[in-house]
Design a binder for this molecule. Structure first.
Ligand SMILES: [Zn+2]
Length: 266
């Protein structure tokens, strides 16, 4: 054991679970049992913690503040963006507090196209900053990633590979024995070979029903499991059909649902 940890901050889909709405306005649960606490899910995000206790946050979704507080993560040392969809970036403003805690611009990794989107939507985060001045807005130290690429982040080897997310690409990450593949519909040969031998496979599985235009469904994930044979497959980015009670009775051995606050050592 390397002392590394992967924490699932949020395992819900883009609208969270329950979604806004419902007959009484208290939430639209879809096929989920509203009395099961693990069916309450915030937007998708994880943290990789190094053996030295440094935290690499993956994405800054709209639930970021509550997720960090709930998981007692009081400091983030670097950020990686998988892609620029709102459920992965809309909490970017919280970085100013993370800047204050770090006392420095935040090292942040993303593909060039993702930086372009982020600059358009959060232009104030990219204005010139005077070293030593107060962090009244987020300040990023941007690093461009070009998958496939192996990075060294916070003393961890991070293999980054391209994923097909339907209309846009997203980035998958592997850190040693663990991988995080959110927002993916198809994995090509290069991605599958980057995942060979992975032991903890955290993967997008939005639905147990028919194929979805931008996300893997359960049938697709089970094909990947057959190929990769990870010891544990943890399903994330869970939509309104991925109920805990159903999962307990129907998922094959070694395949399980994520829940907000789940931690995995690797
Ligand atoms: Zn997405």
């Amino acid at each position: 054991m390397s002392g590394r940890r992967l924490t699932i901050l949020g395992c819900g889909g883009s609208a969270g679970c329950p979604q806004i709405g419902g007959a009484d306005g208290a939430g639209d649960w879809g096929e989920l049992d509203s009395s099961e606490p693990r069916n309450v899910r915030t937007r998708p995000s994880v943290v990789f913690t190094s053996g030295e206790g440094k935290n690499l946050l993956v994405d800054t979704g709209p639930d970021l503040r509550a997720q960090l507080v709930a998981n007692k993560i009081g400091r983030v040392d670097a950020i990686f963006y998988t892609h620029a969809h709102a459920d992965h970036i809309a909490g970017l403003d919280e970085i100013r507090i993370l800047n204050r805690l770090l006392g420095a611009p935040m090292p942040a990794y993303a593909e060039a196209a993702v930086w372009e989107d982020l600059r358009q939507r959060f232009d104030y985060a990219f204005r010139p900053w005077t070293p030593g001045s107060y962090f009244f807005r987020p300040v990023l130290q941007t690093q461009i990633v070009t998958p496939p690429q192996t990075l060294e982040i916070l003393g961890m080897r991070v293999d980054v590979f391209a994923q097909d997310h339907g209309y846009v690409p997203s980035a998958g990450l592997r850190v040693g024995k663990a991988a995080y593949c959110t927002d993916v519909k198809r994995l090509d040969e290069a991605a599958l070979s980057a995942l060979a031998g992975v032991e903890i496979f955290v993967v997008d599985c939005f639905t147990r029903h028919d194929a979805h235009p931008t996300h893997a469904n359960l049938a697709q994930v089970l094909e990947w499991v057959e190929l990769l044979r990870p010891a544990r497959t943890i399903l994330t980015h869970l939509g309104p059909s991925m109920d805990w009670g159903w999962a307990g009775k129907n998922l094959p051995a070694g395949v399980e649902l994520a829940y907000d606050g789940m931690t995995l050592s690797f």
